[in-house]
Design a protein around this ligand. Structure first.
Ligand code: ADP
Length: 235
């Protein structure tokens, strides 16, 4: 029954929402509307995108609880994944007037993991970073190889509002939000980071945070050297 419910939610909620978002986008791009109408369409697009994000998170959580979270370990190029995440987060950053930078060091090797899940991890961390960084701030996504261990570290950092020490572990719990009041200014389900951690663990990776309140946060995904795929130079 659980899986029927999942596929119902998947189809019956996501399909109409996707049409709403697309039509709002078309209305905005047609350029015919006056300023006030445009603001309304912008609001329709934004609210339905937030809703779609929440439904996606809920579906992922439900899938994972139903034991239906399949992980495929395939050869991944982090350069591709970072570029793809930039495609999703870039427009959010532009809208929030936050600068987004991405770098992948040339010595970052191919790794073994689940492309879709790694992408969702970076999209969730990146959209949080943009959401919790005031206009004029900066968000950086960077992949490097740690010399001492050979591990690969993918870090999403921001110079936004930061997280108090007592909340730095709790934010990974389901539904936990630092500000959960009805008057809070940031929308969200409180499921994003719980999923990020589940996805990371499912692939044998870890996720940690370092943050200073009022200065910013850095979330690091550690891909262990065991997942590094060294290609033979001669092949
Ligand atoms: P939400 O849907 O609320 O963003 P998440 O699970 O993604 O849920 O995050 C949980 C909480 O962690 C957020 O509500 C916020 O309080 C805090 N948080 C997450 N990322 C950041 C960040 N980059 N800077 C400051 N706070 C953050």
């Amino acid at each position: 029954m659980k899986s029927d419910l999942l596929s119902m939610v998947n189809h019956e909620l996501r399909t109409p929402l996707t049409s709403i978002i697309t039509l709002a986008q078309i209305a905005l791009e047609s350029g015919g509307a006056d300023a006030e109408e445009r603001r309304s369409w912008e609001e329709v697009r934004k609210s339905s995108s937030v809703l779609l994000g929440m439904i996606n998170d809920m579906l992922d959580i439900a899938r994972s609880d139903a034991g239906a979270m399949a992980v495929s370990m395939e050869l991944m190029d982090l350069g591709d994944i970072v570029a793809s995440a930039q495609g999703t987060i870039g427009p959010l950053a532009v809208g929030a007037r936050v600068t987004l930078t991405t770098t992948v060091a040339p010595d970052v090797p191919l790794v073994s993991g689940d492309y879709e899940k790694m992408l969702r991890i970076l999209e969730n961390l990146g959209s949080n970073a943009v959401k919790f960084t005031p206009a004029g701030g900066t968000v950086a996504i960077a992949a490097v190889r740690e010399e001492a261990t050979g591990d690969v570290l993918v870090t999403v950092s921001d110079n936004g509002i930061g997280i108090a020490p007592e909340n730095q572990e709790r934010i990974f719990e389901r539904f936990f939000q630092v500000d959960s009041s009805a008057t809070r200014i940031y929308s969200g389900s409180g499921l994003g980071l719980a999923l990020v951690r589940e996805y990371a663990v499912a692939q044998g990776y870890t996720v940690t945070v370092e943050s200073v309140l009022g200065e910013g946060s850095a979330f690091t995904v550690r891909i262990p050297v065991a997942a590094v795929v060294e290609l033979d130079e001669d092949e």
